[in-house]
Design a protein. Sequence first.
Length: 146
Amino acid sequence: MANDDLKKIGELVKDAIRPLKELVEVLKHKVDGQEIFLHTTAANVRSIKEQQSVLNEKLDTISEDLNDPKNGLKRLNKRMDALWEQVEKNTADLEGVDEKLDSQLRILKRIESKFEQNDDNTRKLDKRLKTTEAQLGISPPPELTL
């Protein structure tokens, strides 16, 4: 009888532990997912801190230039002048591109009008040819029809 009681108690314990085990497995899966998210976020934060460090160094050099009363503004002006020259050069290059684009558009419009005229003429000629072939009883090969 004691053996039967032990079996019943064992089954009750198994029945009580099984749902707890399933809940623990679900909880472990969720914790693992959060752990992956935490590692990814930490890597992203490290990357942002590195970028911030680089930006801080650049800002420090600009601050030094601004705080240097003799040479600071001269260096900044030289940099700005170099940038302005590049902007002017690119603007001049774009003006040349605009001129070429306009000429190409004019050429394309002429080609388009000629194409439309040729398309109309081709349709007229095809209509005449079909009429003539029909009257003469000629059936053209399929590779020569439109």
